[in-house]
Structure formats: structure tokens, C-alpha cells
Ligand binder design. Structure first.
Ligand code: G3H
Length: 496
């Protein structure tokens, strides 16, 4: 049960504490932030509304802790991460319970998120000891005009304090995907969890606490964005920002100081289906890609671009699968559950109404109860409809009929979002050409978009993000290069 057993100390009455200096604390503000259960729309949890003063103290401790942590041998940092991974898996049930209650994640997916997070931490520890143990050794005589009298040793060193801001849809997994590379590379981390998902995040942080990381190295601050949002991202103590979320990221990138940024800000992933595609495979992936976790994934299929000659058959196969999706409570493992908030549901409804008014064909009746929206496939969507371009982040998927693959590529590239895309065809040569032409961070051939496996590079182009993620890229991104050059008094060559 959340907040019980080893997790009892993270709760003060009915308000979850924040984590600073290796301790669970109650904010001096005396205020809390309520978290609504998306399904019941009732208050489920409360977290501390931290103050700017508390944020300042967190950065002070983080800076001090990082200086010591950078001197901890790499194998010991890895050992601590492995311990955290094991604790996370051991305590998957209370964390999964929070994910069900806070973000309406179906119960089985909630458990998978925590297990995947444990695996991600362990893999990061292993990858970290390999790639961080390697540097570069360069000799000077390869550059014209030089003799071999300069020897350059370069290695990867930590950035300092990493500010990690994960989104509501993976509050555990996308938090550890930032925390673990930062820690293995010798950085400290200040985590600002999403409000919706904060309690799952606090439980995850407690696993790091139980694993025995030094005081102040990892902190977790909760509160109102209006009070501490900009204060955090513009704080002089921040040496790197890793953010996943919506277009707030664009605002952060404009306000942040000169620090490395890693951002993933959503997608409008296009699924191009050609006339020679395996339509059963395509339909299965459209449904899995478009409707899993009710479409609330950056990598969800967000627009189907089907060649007219196969569009009717594809739509009918997709509809047959949609009819089998269960709709209801996350506790019951329903496929489709309430979207995260009323404002999200209202936004989705706005897109649906716009498409209806402009003459799109609804394959199912539009149905909404509270934050629960029934899965909907909207056919014959045209470029003048908002649904063609905007990201619903809900179980509503548009189909645009196209005459040629080029038309599909053009639609994909005309969008500001450019995270992933996919193409279904039996012709691998055509698939490679289309992949090269689609200007997105990743193109999947014959499968729906997805971030994982978690060591694969993951990046968005244009408004979808900055920098590349995935375990290896994140470790590298959270380091900088330091060189030491040995200047010999005279050239020296080893002659063998
Ligand atoms: O929502 C954004 C996530 O990075 C998507 O991850 O492809 O594993 O669902 P996923």
C-alpha cells in the first residue's frame, strides 16, 4: 500500500513530504497541492507546496554533495544504482498503485512501468561503468605543422547539478531515465516531479534513499508551478536541464541560462500505410500505437496516412480491433481509462468538435463521461482540421487518405512536431527511402513508434525536442569533456 510500511516516513498526516538533504520534510509554507484522481475526479493525494527558500537550500546541498560524489569510484556509484533498481522492483506494488490512482494508468501497465524503470537503472549502471571508463588519447603530429610533442588526455567529467523534470505519463520511468545517467556520471540531481504523478515519484525517490545515496545528492521538490516553476529552471545552481513534457519546454529553453538542455516535447507521429502493406500488422500497430494508455504517449500514433486504395480495408480492420478495447477503470486493467485531467478532456473534445463541424467521418459515436473518452477513429480528416496537426494526447485518432507516399511524407514534414513516425510496406527498399525522407527523430519500419528498448537513441527534431536520449546518449549528454595536454620538451615517437 502506498505510504505504508517502509514508505510511512514519506507521509505527514495526509500530505506527502518532500525530500531534501537526505531527509523527508514538511514545507514551511504550511500549504499543500492536491492531486485529483483522473477517474473519480476526487482528491487522491496531497503533496507539499515548497517555497523558493526551500529550493535554494536544495541547490546548496546538491552542489556540496556533487563535489563529494564525483570522487566516489565509478564501480561504487554503479553498485548504489543496482541497489536502487532492486529496491524499486521489490516495492513495485505501492508505486504501481500510485500510478493507477494519480494518472489512471491501467494496473498491468503501471507494474510494467516500475519494472522497466528498475531495468533501466541497472542497464545505466552497467553502461556507465563502460563508457565513462573510456577517454581519448591524442597525439599532436596528425595536425599539419606539428611534431609529436603534445599528448592530449581527455575524459568525461560531470556537469554538476542536473534539474530533472519528467511528465505525468511516465512519472517513474521518465524520472529514472534522467536520474540514473546523471548519478552514474557523477552529477547531483534535483527532481521536480509532475504534480499528477508526484506521489509515485516520491515513492521512487525513497527507494534511492533506502539504497543509501549520500545526503543532498538527490532531492525531490514538489509544489505549484506558478511558485517554483521558473524559479527552478532559472536557478543559478542548475548545470543541466532534462525535461520531458509539452510546449512548456520551449518556454524553458528561452529562459534557461547557458546550460545543456535535453528536451522531449511531444510528437504527432505519422503512420504511413502503403498499398503493399500487411494490413493486419498495420491495423494491430495502429490500435496499439494509437490507443495504448489512452493515447497519452509522446510516441503514440497520432495520424494515420493511408493510401486511398487500401484505406477502407485498413479502417475496417482498425475498427474491428477498437470494438474489442475495454473502457473503464485503471484498477480493472481497462484498455482505455480516463485522461489525466478535465482540461485535457476538454482540449480533446475541442479537436473532435472541430473535425465534426468540418465534415470528418466518425467511425464510432463520440462519447465522454467526465475524463473518460471512448476510443474514436476519425476518418476522412483533411488538412484544414485541427486534428490533422495537433496532438490530442487522448484516444482519438485521425485518418487522412493520401494518393501517394510523397503526400504522406509531405504531411509528416509539414508538422512542427517531429518525434517519430512509421511506415508499413513489404518493400524494404521503399521503406528506407521513405524513412530517409521523413524528417523525424526516428522512423519505425513495420511497427508503431516507441521509445524503447531504453538504450536506443531517442530524439525529437523541430519542436519535438533538443538533444538525444536513450541510456548511452543521456550519460554522454550529462558530462562534459576535460582535457589535459602533456607538453614534452622535444618530440618523442615510439619506433616499435
Ligand atoms: O510519452 C513519452 C514517452 O517517452 C514514450 O515512451 O514509447 O515507451 O511509451 P514509450
Amino acid at each position: 500500500m502506498a505510504g505504508t510500511g517502509v514508505f510511512q516516513e514519506i507521509l505527514d498526516g495526509d500530505v506527502y513530504k518532500y525530500y531534501a538533504d537526505g531527509e523527508w520534510k514538511t514545507s514551511s509554507s504550511g500549504k499543500s497541492v492536491s492531486i485529483l484522481n483522473p477517474a473519480t475526479r476526487q482528491v487522491q493525494y496531497k503533496v507539499q507546496a515548497c517555497t523558493q527558500e526551500e529550493v535554494n537550500k536544495i541547490f546548496e546541498s546538491a552542489k556540496a554533495a556533487q563535489k563529494l560524489w564525483a570522487k566516489v569510484p565509478l564501480w561504487k556509484r554503479a553498485e548504489a544504482l543496482h541497489k536502487a533498481a532492486a529496491l524499486l522492483k521489490e516495492h513495485k506494488a505501492p508505486m504501481a498503485e500510485c500510478l493507477v490512482k494519480e494518472v489512471a494508468k491501467p494496473a498491468k501497465d503501471a507494474v510494467s512501468e516500475v519494472v522497466r524503470s528498475g531495468d533501466l537503472i541497472s542497464y545505466t549502471a552497467e553502461e556507465g561503468v563502460r563508457i565513462l571508463s573510456e577517454g581519448k588519447f591524442l597525439v599532436s603530429d596528425s595536425f599539419p605543422g606539428n611534431e609529436r610533442n603534445k599528448l592530449c588526455l581527455s575524459s568525461k567529467i560531470p556537469l554538476g547539478v542536473v534539474l530533472a523534470i519528467p511528465p505525468f505519463n511516465y512519472p517513474v520511468n521518465l524520472a529514472v531515465s534522467k536520474i540514473s545517467p546523471a548519478l552514474i556520471a557523477g552529477n547531483a540531481v534535483v527532481l521536480k516531479p509532475p504534480t499528477q504523478g508526484a506521489v509515485a515519484g516520491l515513492h521512487m525517490v525513497h527507494c534511492f534513499h533506502l539504497a543509501g545515496f549520500p545526503k543532498g545528492l538527490l532531492s525531490c521538490v514538489t509544489g505549484k508551478g506558478s511558485e517554483i516553476g521558473d524559479f527552478l529552471t532559472m536557478h543559478p545552481g542548475v548545470n543541466c536541464i532534462s525535461f520531458t513534457g509539452g510546449d512548456t519546454g520551449i518556454a524553458i529553453s528561452k529562459k534557461a541560462s547557458m546550460v545543456p538542455l535535453q528536451m522531449e516535447l511531444g510528437g504527432k507521429d505519422a503512420c504511413i500505410v502503403l498499398e503493399d502493406a500487411d494490413l493486419d500488422l498495420a491495423a494491430a500497430n495502429v490500435v496499439k500505437g494509437g490507443y495504448s494508455y489512452s493515447g497519452q504517449r509522446c510516441t503514440a500514433v497520432k495520424v494515420v496516412l493511408a493510401i486511398e486504395s487500401i484505406a477502407d480495408e485498413l479502417v475496417s480492420k482498425v475498427n474491428a480491433k477498437i470494438a474489442k478495447l475495454t473502457v473503464g477503470l485503471p484498477e480493472n486493467n481497462s484498455d482505455i481509462t480516463a485522461v489525466v485531467s478535465e482540461s485535457s478532456a476538454n482540449f480533446i473534445e475541442g479537436l473532435v468538435k472541430d473535425a465534426k463541424e468540418k465534415g470528418a467521418t466518425f467511425c464510432q459515436e463520440y462519447r465522454r463521461e467526465g475524463n473518460l473518452i471512448w476510443p474514436l477513429l476519425v476518418d476522412h480528416v483533411r488538412p484544414d482540421m485541427r486534428l490533422a496537426w495537433e496532438e490530442p494526447f487522448g484516444p482519438v485518432l485521425p485518418v487522412i487518405r493520401i494518393s501517394t507516399a510523397e503526400e504522406g511524407i509531405h504531411h509528416c514534414n509539414a508538422n512542427n512536431f517531429a518525434l517519430q513516425g512509421c511506415v508499413f510496406t513489404r518493400d524494404i527498399n521503399k521503406a528506407i527511402l521513405i524513412s530517409n525522407a521523413m524528417e523525424t527523430g526516428t522512423v519505425q519500419i513495420n511497427s508503431a513508434p516507441a521509445r524503447g528498448p531504453d538504450h536506443f537513441p531517442f530524439q525529437g527534431l523541430r519542436d519535438s525536442g533538443i538533444g538525444s536520449q536513450g541510456i548511452t546518449n543521456s550519460i554522454n549528454m550529462m558530462t562534459k569533456v576535460k582535457s589535459t595536454v602533456i607538453n614534452l620538451p622535444s618530440p618523442s615517437y615510439t619506433v616499435g
